[in-house]
Design a protein around this ligand. Structure first.
Ligand SMILES: [Ca+2]
Length: 398
């Protein structure tokens, strides 16, 4: 059955051998080709990939707020590795491999540092538990490069009917709240629940949630009263946005606060949804009645917001990997452009996003990256690309 969430469901390397070349090791040079010259293509000439290192199935890169010396690389099996000043530290920051189910789309899927991490030492991990459920746990720092494994505290656990479509990203917005992407639960056609989970406000699945993950008053987390469905009968108050299939990677523009969600498609269409700052609140992105801009079920999707970017599977896409609007001033040719890729296509593309306006990304003049699992951003705004095959690269000026 080929109903992909993130295409991590595919055996590493097996598919990508069939779906295109992959970047070779070391600092990669440019390759010929690309598409018609326009602003973005010209921009692509000014970019290169700098290899940061090789990891074990890396899925994400992030850094504590304000910490410009380090990045933290999340490995699918359950380890977090620190890279300080470009040098990988041998001892992991955290190793929870014994608690994680990893493989396919499951595993340690992301981490997030609390906005006050410098003082509190709080950070969060999202992973597939041994039981197959998805959960967010809070940990605390022990020393600068080492977490305290005994500090684990459960924040949120979600029953998950299938191994695929597990969401997995948590990011803090500039409101200090945690935004969490959840998949629709899995299987195909969002088959669980009367009309699926994604359109159901009674389910946490197929959503972006917004919570304050700190324990308070005996509760493991709290819900901000400004969430859109607070007080609505039958609705989960944690929901911020809905109608998503598997929003594997999404990001806020660190300059504008605009929200870009790359939602992995089913059999036909990959999509990027984009809304201005605050406009994601209560938004319905249309799944399962809509896949991209195509009808999938004859069911209502009130107020559906259509994607600004779509790529069809017939064009070689299989599972979109969302990135960032680049704000790294050391890469001027990409400033203000959203970079993204696809697990099968492997080309890194850039596009200028405008809410409500369709566009498409132009491939940058870079080698293909095999099995693009994620993008990441550090405290200085530098943007990284991770390959499930092992390498992590940084986007740099040529
Ligand atoms: Ca699932």
């Amino acid at each position: 059955m080929l109903r992909l969430g993130v295409a991590l469901v595919l055996a590493t390397g097996a598919l990508c051998a069939a779906c295109g070349g992959s970047a070779s090791g070391g600092e990669t040079g440019s390759v010929a080709g690309g598409s018609p010259a326009d602003g973005t293509q010209a921009a692509g000439r000014g970019v290169r990939l700098v290899k940061v290192g090789d990891f074990s199935s890396p899925l994400y890169v992030t850094a504590p707020p304000g910490d410009r010396r380090r990045i933290f690389v999340v490995e699918q099996a359950g380890r977090i590795v620190v890279v300080r000043g470009g040098k990988r530290q041998s001892r992991p920051f955290l190793d929870i491999r014994s608690m994680v189910t990893a493989g396919g789309e499951q595993g340690l899927l992301s981490m997030a540092f609390a906005p006050d991490y410098a003082q509190s030492g709080r950070f969060y991990v999202y992973y597939t538990e041994r039981s197959g459920e998805e959960a967010i746990w809070e940990y605390r720092r022990a020393t600068e490069d080492r977490a305290d494994p005994a500090s684990a505290r459960l924040v949120l656990r979600m029953a998950d009917p299938e191994a695929n479509h597990n969401g997995g990203l948590m990011i803090f917005g500039d409101d200090g709240l945690m935004y969490v992407g959840t998949g629709d639960g899995g299987g195909g056609d969002d088959q669980h629940g009367p009309r699926g989970n994604a359109q159901s406000l009674g389910s946490l699945l197929g959503k972006i949630l917004r919570i304050d993950p700190r324990a308070s008053g005996g509760r493991p987390y709290t819900v901000p009263s400004s969430n859109p469905f607070v007080g609505r009968a039958g609705a989960r108050p944690e929901i911020y946005a809905y109608g998503l299939r598997n929003p594997w990677r999404f990001s806020f523009d660190r300059q504008t606060g605009d929200l870009a969600i790359a939602d992995v498609g089913q059999d036909a269409v990959e999509e990027v949804d984009f809304v201005r700052k605050g406009r994601g609140r209560g938004a319905n992105f249309g799944w399962r009645p809509w896949e991209g801009r195509s009808r999938n079920f004859d069911e209502p999707a009130p107020g559906a917001v259509f994607p600004v970017i779509t790529h069809s599977h017939s064009s070689g896409f299989c599972s979109i990997t969302g990135g960032y609007v680049v704000r790294d001033r050391t890469v001027p040719s990409l400033l203000g452009r959203y970079v993204y890729s696809d697990f099968c296509d492997g080309r890194i593309r850039a596009a200028r996003l405008r809410a409500g306006r369709r566009t498409t990304g132009t491939p940058l003049n870079l080698p293909k990256v095999g099995a693009v699992s994620s993008f990441g951003e550090d405290a200085a705004g530098r943007v990284y690309v991770t390959s499930l095959d092992g390498p992590v690269y940084r986007l740099a000026a040529r």
